[in-house]
Design a protein around this ligand. Structure first.
Ligand code: PEP
Ligand code: MG
Length: 325
């Protein structure tokens, strides 16, 4: 199997009937970027920049961040790198930021909420990303967007950072794409409105599952309830995908579901155009994609809509996998 998959690592991901799906990597550093390219990444669907902040003892300044983002941009050249702005809080603690302990950290002061409150920290990061965009093909993605106001406020900050750079004569990609993660149920429910204001969506199933099913993603006592094959989660993904398609924007996925072989036919059937995952899963995913017919994936997605629980979804997908792949 490893040998079979290996042959697919360097190819572009494509279904049997010729639909291009981008097989992208999740990374957290410049070293990850290099490694993922070797393993066949066609893009970066999620650069978790909190890893950059976690690797330093104090807040990294604009230049320090710029150097990292530039390295990654250059490494990927004409291939797109989606840089997610700081996603701190919840399960991601950065000590020197001094965020107070909260009773419900996953529902609290985190990610885009923190950045919209700590504007200097946010602007510093945005300037660093924008400057690096002159060296490759970067896109900006906001984490934990819960609704229209947050998206608008975050976009305003990007405009402000651009204005600051123009003032200093610093070059950057004027048409840099700005997208958002869909990882909160309210965002999925409002996807048709959000799609008019975003250049792309990327579904974060790790958090979407947690918030949809009210199951802490790190609590083993309730992990039996944590399942991205729950039909409630799939309905939210479908709603988001349909909204993206109506608005004509691309939609990817960067949560763990995207790297699950069983999920790939369903995600293709729902209309996703990019799957972003741990680099180790890329070759296998490309192989699976090469075995798929988009029409039959669409039928599979339709069928999954009639499932009443995760067990039914799983057996439907299992059966499909055994007969088609
Ligand atoms: C997600 O929530 O699915 C995601 C990709 O982001 P993270 O795991 O970093 O929260
Ligand atoms: Mg998340």
């Amino acid at each position: 199997k490893a040998e079979l998959f290996g042959r697919f690592a360097s190819r572009n991901a494509q279904t049997k009937d010729g639909a291009r799906i981008i097989a992208a990597a999740n990374i957290g550093s410049a070293a990850d970027a290099e490694d993922s390219l070797k393993k066949g990444a066609e893009a970066v669907g999620l650069f978790r920049t909190e890893q950059v902040y976690l690797s330093t003892k104090s807040l990294p300044d604009e230049n320090a961040q710029f150097e990292v983002y530039r390295k990654v941009a250059e490494c990927f050249g004409s291939k797109e790198v989606i840089v997610r702005t700081l996603d701190v809080g919840g399960d991601k603690e950065i000590k020197y930021l001094g965020i107070e302990k909260e009773t419900n950290p996953f529902l609290g002061y985190r990610a885009i909420r923190y950045c919209l409150d700590r504007k200097e920290i946010f602007l510093t990061q945005l300037r660093a990303i924008l400057r690096a965009s002159a060296f490759g093909r970067l896109a900006v993605m906001f984490p934990m967007i819960s609704g229209m106001q947050e998206l608008a406020a975050a976009k305003t900050m990007v405009e402000e950072a651009k204005e600051q750079l123009r003032g200093k004569g610093e070059p950057f990609d004027e048409s840099i794409r700005i997208g958002m993660m869909v990882e909160i149920p309210s965002a999925a429910l409002m996807a048709s409105a959000l799609a008019k204001e975003a250049d792309f969506f990327s579904v974060g199933t790790n958090d979407l599952v947690q918030y949809t099913l009210a199951v802490d993603r790190g609590n083993e006592k309730v992990s039996y309830l944590y399942d991205y094959f729950d039909p409630a989660v799939i309905r939210l993904i479908r709603l988001t995908a349909d909204a993206a398609s109506s608005a004509g924007i691309p939609m990817g996925m960067c949560g763990a579901m995207a790297g699950d072989p069983l999920a790939v036919p369903l995600l293709v059937g729902l209309g996703l155009s990019e799957l972003s995952m741990a680099a180790g899963s890329l070759a296998q995913t490309k192989y699976i994609l090469s075995r798929l017919d988009t029409g039959s994936c669409r039928e599979l997605a339709e069928k999954s809509d009639r499932c009443r629980n995760a067990t039914e979804v799983r057996s439907l997908l299992q059966e499909y996998f055994e007969t088609e792949i």
